[in-house]
Design a binder for this molecule. Structure first.
Ligand SMILES: NC(=O)c1ccc[n+]([C@@H]2O[C@H](COP(=O)([O-])OP(=O)(O)OC[C@H]3O[C@@H](n4cnc5c(N)ncnc54)[C@H](OP(=O)(O)O)[C@@H]3O)[C@@H](O)[C@H]2O)c1
Length: 251
């Protein structure tokens, strides 16, 4: 890993991304922070510069502006020092399952935020890194994508699609020296889950804990990260329950 190289963070205002930025900054990467709320981005960038003495650039970014993706990505490449070493996909959107069952525009928004736009943006990243034969992509999917449950299957399906797509991308880019990490967090105490989880529950992790795991997995070139680790065991059990039984459960 070339630690003076540039890493692009898509969705840099997310709870997990904020914590991860400090980890990457401690490794002295140059960072490009991309998100919708630019005022907050600038505050975060100033904090990272002061604490870690690194270069940080900011770029306005809306993942659902598909027509603007190519120009956005080109601006990020221009801002990098000789190309992007890493791209972190850290944004996502979860709406109540009931809403997505009756409002198909909302359902499409969830699919676009968690699957279609990651495919579009990470394709640009892959096509940038492939000929350079270096770099890494780390994308946050979810344990929710490992099995469809009645309480969250629209979001889960989008994440399942993303995990599968990343698997194929990893297979493609392996032959070109580019590494792809799929990140599957369990419950994390961030704005996305505010009011839905008890932050004191032992099943709920802090963004800092998850960021530490992600940072380690990127630099050890792991393929799939369950974070915290015990979610791998939980999902092994959940995915082995026979469908005939699983459909009767209320999950
Ligand atoms: N929290 C959990 O329990 C959990 C579990 C598994 C996976 N995840 C995944 O972890 C990732 C990070 O989420 P988080 O937990 O850190 O929650 P978060 O703090 O709520 O972050 C979600 C971020 O996504 C951004 N976003 C949503 N739609 C966007 C769009 N169209 N364009 C650009 N940015 C957009 C939001 O931007 P704004 O700040 O502008 O609203 C927000 O910063 C997501 O992919 C999420 O699905 C979370």
């Amino acid at each position: 890993m070339n630690a003076s190289a540039t890493v692009l963070i898509l969705g840099a205002n997310s709870g997990i991304a904020r914590a991860l930025c400090h980890r990457l900054a401690a490794r002295k990467y140059r960072l490009i922070l991309a998100a919708r709320r630019t005022e907050e981005l600038e505050t975060q960038a100033a904090d990272l510069r002061i604490r870690h003495g690194i270069e940080v650039a900011c770029e306005p970014f809306d993942a659902l502006d598909f027509d603007g993706h190519a120009a956005f990505f080109e601006r990020c490449v221009q801002k990098s020092a000789g190309g992007l070493e890493g791209v972190v996909l850290a944004y996502g959107s979860m709406l109540p399952q009931a809403t997505t069952q009756t409002d198909l525009t909302a359902a499409k928004r969830v699919l676009d935020a968690n699957f279609t736009s990651p495919v579009a943006l990470l394709s640009l990243a892959a096509n940038h890194m492939e000929p350079r034969r270096r770099g890494w992509i780390a994308a946050i999917s979810s344990v929710a994508g490992d099995r469809g449950r009645q309480s969250n299957y629209t979001y889960g399906a989008a994440k399942a699609g993303l995990s599968c797509w990343l698997q194929g991308l990893r297979n493609r880019l392996f032959h070109h020296g580019v590494h792809v990490l799929t990140i599957k967090p369990g419950f994390v105490d961030t704005p996305m889950t505010h009011g839905l989880l008890n932050p004191k529950s032992p099943l709920v992790a802090t963004p800092e804990k998850v960021a530490r795991d992600i940072d380690r997995a990127i630099h050890r070139r792991h393929n799939i990260l369950y974070t915290p680790w015990f979610w791998r065991g939980i999902l092994t059990i959940i995915t082995t329950i026979p469908e005939a039984l699983f459909k009767r459960l209320k999950m």
